[in-house]
Design a protein around this ligand. Structure first.
Ligand SMILES: Nc1ncnc2c1ncn2[C@@H]1O[C@H](COP(=O)(O)OP(=O)(O)OP(=O)(O)O)[C@@H](O)[C@H]1O
Length: 252
């Protein structure tokens, strides 16, 4: 059984659909990259997978259960964690405090955190270590490099013990030093969590090729191709779509 299955999903923001008829499965242990030009609908599809936006049509299943209308909170408790294009964390808190907050939020102890001093636990330490932030535990998040901000967000997702990790542009805006480190963090994660399913959006094809088992190419809200990374890279449609040719009735 697939971990995640989308069946004929549509999503609009009050106008024309920006995600159209998307059918897609992700298995445990699989890393799937969603690629496509700006505006193709990748982030919107992500938000539907995370329950932050509800599909207007179609069905979303997690472990075979219908979660189409479950919403983000319930999906988070069911094991879905996500990161954002622009990393979200508390800048005035330390790395350790941020990861502790993330852990306690998922464990429904949010209120207790605000009432007192958060106590980091083993999970927090493991998530920090797994993302290469060990030496930066007491450091204020606002002072982190772009790469470490992204790594912090990944640690905040990991501490929630996800079964599905959604990474929206995890290497966006990174410099040449940070990028390989984050790719290595994600590669290690694949090894240490063989059942974890990862869905990643990325514009950087080197990142896609380093991490993905499968690549899904989106254009104009639809899936244009779904296959092995080399297949998608070498397909003539991929070139056409990235050059802005008229796939699916209009420029992407
Ligand atoms: N909140 C919103 N309200 C209205 N339209 C939106 C909203 N968010 C996205 N859109 C539109 O939906 C379409 C798809 O956007 P989306 O961000 O999902 O694409 P994307 O493939 O992730 O693009 P990018 O690579 O630039 O992040 C775009 O035309 C965008 O302008």
């Amino acid at each position: 059984m697939s971990l995640l299955a989308l069946h004929n999903v549509h999503k609009h923001y009050g106008g024309p659909p920006v995600v159209q008829d998307v059918t897609l499965t992700v298995d445990p242990g699989e890393t799937v990259a969603i690629i496509g030009p700006n505006g193709a609908g990748k982030t919107t599809l992500f938000s539907v997978m995370a329950g932050e936006r509800l599909a207007n049509q179609g069905r979303v299943e997690l472990f075979g259960k219908d979660v189409t209308r479950a919403g983000a909170r319930r999906l988070a408790h069911a094991g879905v964690a996500r990161t954002f294009q622009i990393a979200r964390f508390f800048p005035s808190k330390t790395v350790e405090e941020n990861v502790t907050i993330a852990a306690q939020t998922t464990r429904r102890r949010y209120r207790r955190f605000w009432a007192g001093v958060p106590r980091p636990d083993d999970d927090v330490g493991r998530a920090i270590d797994a993302t290469g932030l060990t030496g930066l535990r007491p450091v204020l998040a606002s002072t982190l490099s772009q790469g470490n901000r992204k790594n912090l967000e990944i640690a905040m997702a990991l501490v929630q013990r996800p079964r599905l990790l959604l990474l929206d542009e995890p290497t966006a805006g990174m410099g040449v030093e940070d990028l390989p480190r984050t790719v290595a963090v994600l590669k290690d994660l694949r090894q240490s969590r063989p059942d974890l399913a990862i869905v990643i959006t990325a514009h950087d094809m080197d990142v896609v090729f380093a991490l993905a088992d499968r690549v899904v190419l989106m254009a104009n809200g639809r899936i244009a191709l779904d296959g092995r990374p080399e297949e998608v890279r070498d397909a003539p449609q991929t070139r056409e779509i990235y050059l802005g040719n008229s796939y699916g009735g209009g420029a992407a």
